[in-house]
Design a protein around this ligand. Structure first.
Ligand SMILES: Nc1ncnc2c1ncn2[C@@H]1O[C@H](COP(=O)(O)OP(=O)(O)OP(=O)(O)O)[C@@H](O)[C@H]1O
Ligand SMILES: Cc1ncsc1CCO
Ligand SMILES: [Mg+2]
Length: 273
């Protein structure tokens, strides 16, 4: 695809999110709940942090997409994640898995592998998380929630995970990588300081769910668009920020205020393979 087509696709997806305001159920970690919800709201989507397994049968049939993040997983949370994912998958609704800090314990890795069995539309992690989930990691490579790998080091792991799971796999980092196992796309938006705010990766994954909701049949394109939009908001935010705390605020403001000219001139998407 030409770079001009990618740019217009990004803008089309963002305007669809603003117009349709998709309802996104989020079962995410305690650290990220606030930033995920505010990211979705500033993009025009409607987040709902509905966690209880008791509410899944009533609530999940009404959502447009589901976001599951295991960042602060305990055994109590896993049944609601599985129930919501199973119902979403059964009803043909897109869902995103973020295997946050997957390699920090055997419990978390097993839980994530079980969630992958429920056929997420997109798996979004950082380099280390995708390498661990694909089974390509050796022992002792984890640093917890932060990546110790460049996203580009995870390309082969991402392709192999995409092929084995049937999901589109997205790797966040200096270059965001998106692959369906065949095509590999690089999104070159974003800024380094985003790593200094907790839960930017989680918020990005929540945003991917909102974009999938408006284009469920093209998960690779929707994911690429969400990553570019979030990265552009970070770039604009950094121009106004004094450090991570004000970047957090300006990122949300910039996402809210994005216009067509800015999006079309800032999108940086290339085909890597
Ligand atoms: N070096 C960098 N240059 C440009 N953008 C970056 C860089 N590092 C991260 N980003 C951007 O920051 C966002 C979050 O990515 P990151 O890889 O830090 O996620 P994460 O580690 O899963 O985050 P968290 O666990 O804190 O939620 C992405 O949009 C990504 O593009
Ligand atoms: C810091 C942290 N710890 C568990 S989840 C999380 C948020 C970023 O993933
Ligand atoms: Mg990070």
């Amino acid at each position: 695809m030409e770079s001009k087509e990618w740019s217009s696709g990004v803008w089309t997806h963002l305007t669809a999110v603003r117009r349709q305001s998709p309802l996104v159920q989020c079962i995410t970690n305690f650290v990220s709940m606030d930033l995920v919800a505010n990211t979705l709201l500033s993009a025009g989507a409607s987040p709902a942090m509905v966690h209880s397994v008791a509410e899944v049968p009533d609530f999940t049939p009404h959502i447009h997409a589901l976001f599951v993040n295991v960042g602060t997983l305990t055994p109590d949370w896993l049944p609601s994640m599985k129930a919501a994912a199973e119902l979403a998958a059964q009803l043909g609704k897109p869902w995103v898995l973020d295997p946050a800090a997957v390699s920090c314990s055997g419990f978390r890795l097993k839980a994530c592998l079980e969630l992958v069995e429920i056929k997420p539309s997109v798996i979004k992690g950082n380099g280390s998380e995708i390498i661990a989930l694909s089974g390509s990691a050796s022992q002792g490579q984890t640093k917890g929630a932060d990546s110790s790998h460049e996203s580009t080091e995870a390309i082969e792991a991402a392709k192999s995970l995409a092929l084995s799971s049937g999901a589109v796999v997205a790797v966040s980092g200096a270059v965001d990588i998106v692959t369906d196992g065949k095509r590999v796309i690089g999104v070159h938006n974003g800024t380094k300081m985003m790593q200094r705010i907790t839960a930017t990766g989680c918020s990005l994954a929540g945003l991917v769910a909102a974009f999938l909701a408006v284009d469920p049949l093209q998960p690779l394109e929707a994911t690429v668009s969400a990553m570019s939009v979030f990265g552009i908001a970070g770039e604009l935010g950094e121009e106004l920020a004094n450090g991570p705390a004000s970047l957090r605020m300006h990122l949300i403001d910039s996402l809210y205020g994005l216009d067509e000219t800015t999006v079309l001139s800032r999108v940086k998407i290339t085909r890597l393979g």
